[in-house]
Design a protein around this ligand. Structure first.
Ligand code: GDP
Length: 197
């Protein structure tokens, strides 16, 4: 049983060298800014302050780490695609992200949040491609599922599943922080990644 509500802020890192030792188990959350990452982390941990920490000015471009227990950490990766960030910063961030995804040995899985209304955008696809390249287990949350009707939800889910069907280590589910739809399924996925085998 993982106690997500026990999450406490551990540290922020501007570059990989500042991360804690590469031991234990990390699960990271990534997504375009505004995809609903903070809201998802809030309901997962039942802590409003948790994602607020990541949204504090000056911390939005950092990797923010939260401790669940002695072994496990939640990692909040900076939201990408924010129009006002300049190209040089975007480029540097992309390199850091790619390095984190490909080199971090304790990273057991990545949760990628995508607004169900928008589907996979090029920057999301870039992350998916990296996960495929590294064979990193990936769980896609199609967020804000409460904003679409059941027909559109099913259509979008089918379309994204179709795009990743060749990769058994990629899964997809609808999710809503507003209604908690999909929260149990998300916790089940995380429990698998956090399991010590
Ligand atoms: P972040 O930038 O990815 O951390 O996104 P936020 O969690 O801050 O959410 C961006 C906006 O979308 C906010 O106005 C949230 O209230 C809204 N939002 C996030 N999740 C949901 C959801 O599941 N349903 C609805 N209707 N709105 C959501």
């Amino acid at each position: 049983m993982i106690h997500f509500q026990s999450a406490t802020f551990l540290t922020s890192a501007a570059k990989l060298a500042q991360l804690p030792e590469d031991t234990g188990i990390e699960v990271a959350f990534a997504g375009r800014s505004n995809a609903g990452k903070s809201s998802a982390l809030n309901i997962l941990t039942q802590q409003k302050g948790l994602a607020r920490t990541s949204k504090t000015p000056g911390r939005t471009q950092l990797i923010n780490l939260f401790r669940l227990d002695d072994l496990r950490r939640l990692v909040d990766l900076p939201g990408y695609g924010y129009a006002k960030v300049n190209v040089a910063i975007k480029k540097r961030w992309q390199l850091t992200l790619e390095k984190y995804l490909s080199e971090r040995r304790c990273l057991h899985g990545l949760v990628l949040l995508i607004d169900i209304r928008h589907g996979i955008k090029p920057l999301d696809q870039h992350i998916i491609d990296w996960a495929i390249k590294c064979e990193l287990p990936l769980h896609i949350l199609l967020t804000k599922a409460d904003k679409v009707n059941n027909h559109l939800k099913a259509t979008q889910l089918k379309a994204v599943k179709q795009q990743v069907k060749d990769y058994p280590f990629i899964s997809v589910q609808p999710f809503s922080s507003l209604t908690s739809e999909g929260l149990v399924a998300l916790k089940q996925q995380l429990a698998k990644w956090y399991a010590v085998d």
